[in-house]
Design a protein around this ligand. Structure first.
Ligand SMILES: O=CN(O)CCNC(=O)c1cccc(Cl)c1Cl
Ligand code: NI
Length: 184
């Protein structure tokens, strides 16, 4: 089971590397990788289990965060009544289209690999068309918007060596650019 000790932090070069694509059919190792990353998210979102295993909650996890430089990310986005908005393990995810409209989470973003709060608006695209392959090698092309779209962008950033605070305006972190909505 993935624990906090397995999560690499700022300073580890893997976090700034460009991760490699996986090939299909997936090796057992790459299947297991996706499974254990999703398991981390499920456990981390269960208050009792998260406390028991001292896990920081996450709605996404990218393989580079456990020092595996492969283009694999798990995403588990609940909505506030506990149902699931989006859940899947993304293999070789790729953003095909981005809306002109930008978006930022009101409360900013956090990252398991960043042991500090970095305040400010993380400016991202509001709507994306995402291509990815699932564990069975099936191609998916889906449209996401708002919160799930933001989370997927945070994870794909990890595959490209980008961290959330790279998108925060250093001079005025809370400036709201034109054409940008705030997501509560
Ligand atoms: O890369 C994944 N993590 O670092 C897991 C911890 N962060 C989050 O769950 C998180 C929190 C706020 C906004 C976004 Cl977009 C995300 Cl992703
Ligand atoms: Ni992160």
């Amino acid at each position: 089971m993935i624990l906090m000790k397995d999560i690499i932090r700022e300073g580890n070069p893997t976090l700034r590397a460009t991760a490699k694509k996986v090939s299909f059919p997936l090796s057992q190792e790459d299947r297991d990788l996706g499974k254990k990353m999703m398991k981390y998210l499920e456990v981390s979102q269960d208050e009792k289990l998260a406390e028991k295993y001292h896990l920081r909650a996450g709605v996404g996890l990218a393989a580079p965060q456990i020092d595996v430089s492969k283009r694999v990310a798990a995403v588990l986005v609940p909505d506030n009544d506990g149902s699931i908005v989006f859940k899947d393990v993304l293999y070789n995810p790729r953003i095909l289209r981005e809306s002109v409209k930008r978006a930022a989470l009101n409360e900013g973003e956090g990252c398991l690999s960043v042991d500090r709060n970095v305040a400010g608006l993380v400016i991202r695209t509001d709507r994306i068309t995402l291509e990815y392959y699932d564990v069975n090698g099936e191609r998916h092309e889906i449209k996401l918007e708002n919160y799930p779209a933001i989370v997927v962008q945070h994870e794909i950033d990890h595959l490209n060596g980008t961290l959330f605070y790279d998108h925060i305006d250093k001079e005025s972190p809370f400036k709201l650019p034109e054409n940008t909505i705030i997501i509560e």
